[in-house]
Ligand binder design. Structure first.
Ligand code: GCB
Length: 502
């Protein structure tokens, strides 16, 4: 992130150029050389040796550019222009409550692939076994093979570049208690794609959730991908520390707010047995009536789902956060639920909704298109007292599971005082305790996600306790200092929503 390179670049918004010269062997036998960019915030234009190769929009998902036609023997000059200018028609739009880091913030790789390569390998548990879906880069016919953990070698008939097969296997099921993964590899011609995949069933029945047929309650926290020193840039040890903190809290799920996080997060969650809610930044009042904005959101959703479709840890795709219930938003978000289901029928769809302030009920016309209704509410913080929450939950009814998808309070680390004093650690501890207790009384509420694990940078937060930081973390921005709220939340999770993990 250039925003973290020099203090004077911190608030720069606009275009910046990354350049690199590299030597590449010229591809043979029709091979192609692709550039893969893990993510660049927010639009990126790729040039090789002066030729424009393509534009990618969306700051958190991976994209490829085909370099083959413009590669030269000897030195090649790669340039990527990244622009983080906030726009009203973008996803997210120009207002959001996190820091607008600019730049290429994930890995950049050169990948050589044969002319016909595998670009989709999706395995999912279905009633009669495991369904395998393979897609190729060209519409050719042939036979692909699949090695399933050394347990068998299966053939997949490919017609017009795609093929499916049903494997008559009953794998040991993945769960947080037993994060069993299988090594799987598909081969077509000389191309081979390998993955480590877990198999589990996530379902809703009425107002309940189940994992592998056992009731599932969600003890969660939201997490931003933000680091005091590196911005949006993360690494394996940062991610493992995150999961260690979540486990200390007794949490079994993380909501990766409010955009796709690094792909390693879901891989490590698969390994360590943490459940995930992943989402795209359809956040606040984006341009719901603009078809280009919809295309952008749809593209980000597809890129996220295609990237993480094989991750057992991901149980929920989130299609939006806190958008008022208007006609345009309903059409836009319903459209996204359809896209998500068409891409991946094996997971549940959620969105973080708002309360209807007139009827004082959980009421949202999007609800009938969702599997899980998220409710962002801050009783005890933005609204004094908890009576409102009790009234709201008693007043509401739901035919499907509801989760509190955000709740919490700011606490300046080290600030102590009475529970009634805003910004104290005591206040935050009280809010988290009461919120979890009250939420647990509503039969249709199956979980709570506290807002959030770590304090994060947000320049719109400028009270004297915040100074550019959203302080609702139960741990400070050093990712080490535990606030009282951390222990209060751990205690509350030990008493509520602690049924079988599945
Ligand atoms: C919300 C938003 C989240 C904010 C949070 C807050 O409801 O979804 O992005 O950061 O409230 O701290 O107010």
């Amino acid at each position: 992130c250039w925003t973290m390179q020099h203090p004077e670049w911190r608030h720069y918004e606009g275009a910046a150029w990354y350049s690199r010269s590299f030597h590449a062997d010229l591809p043979r036998n029709g091979d192609r050389v692709l550039l893969r960019v893990g993510a660049a915030n927010e639009r990126a234009r790729v040039f090789l040796n002066g030729a424009f190769l393509g534009l990618h929009v969306g700051g958190s998902t991976p994209f490829f550019a085909d370099l083959t036609a413009h590669l030269r023997p000897g030195a090649n000059n790669l340039m990527i222009e990244v622009d983080n200018t906030r726009r009203t028609d973008a996803v997210p739009m120009q207002h959001f409550d996190w820091f607008n880091h600019g730049g290429i913030h994930r890995d950049v790789e050169l990948v050589t692939v044969p002319a016909v390569c595998i670009n989709r390998l999706f395995l999912q548990l279905v009633e009669r076994g495991i369904a395998v879906d393979v897609g190729l880069s060209l519409q050719v016919d042939g036979i692909a093979t699949l090695d399933f953990a050394g347990l068998g070698q299966f053939e997949i008939n490919i017609v017009g570049g795609a093929g499916t097969v049903l494997l008559d296997l009953s794998p040991e099921l993945w769960s947080p208690d037993n994060p069993r993964l299988y090594d799987v590899a598909a081969q077509f011609g000389t191309d081979r794609v390998a993955d480590r995949i877990g198999f589990r069933r996530i379902e809703r029945q009425g107002t309940s959730l189940s994992l592998n047929g056992r009731p599932l309650a969600l003890r969660g926290l939201c997490v931003h991908e933000d680091d005091r020193d590196t911005g949006r840039v993360t690494c394996e040890s940062d991610i493992r520390r995150r999961f260690a903190h979540l486990r200390e809290l007794g949490a079994n799920v993380a909501r990766l707010s409010h955009y796709p996080h690094h792909e390693l997060v879901a891989k490590i969650a698969d390994e360590e047995g943490m459940l995930l809610w992943e989402e795209i930044p359809v956040y606040w009042a984006i341009s719901f009536d603009n078809p280009h904005t919809f295309d952008n959101a749809r593209n980000q959703l597809c890129e996220l789902i295609r990237r993480d479709a094989n991750r057992a840890s991901v149980i929920l795709w989130g299609v939006g956060n806190e958008n008022a219930d208007t006609e345009a938003r309903l059409a836009f978000m319903t459209g996204l639920t359809k896209v998500a289901r068409a891409e991946d029928a094996s997971r549940l769809i959620a969105a973080a909704c708002l309360i209807n302030r007139q009827t004082f009920r959980i009421e949202d016309r999007l609800a009938e298109h969702l599997d899980v209704i998220g409710l962002n509410e801050y009783f005890g913080w933005y609204e004094p007292g908890f009576e409102g929450l009790q009234r709201l939950l008693a007043n509401s009814n739901s035919d499907r599971p509801v989760v509190i998808s955000e709740t919490g309070a700011d606490a300046a680390p080290g600030l102590h005082g009475p529970e009634t004093q805003l910004f104290t650690e005591e206040r935050q501890a009280l809010v988290l305790t009461r919120q979890v207790q009250i939420a647990a009384t509503a039969p249709y509420v199956v979980g709570v996600f506290a807002w959030l694990l770590y304090d994060f940078r947000s320049e719109r937060r400028q009270t004297r306790y915040q100074r550019g930081w959203n302080r609702k973390g139960v741990i400070a921005e050093d990712k080490a200092t535990h606030k009282l709220g951390f222990h209060a939340l751990a205690d509350a999770f030990a008493q509520h929503f602690n049924g079988p993990k599945g």
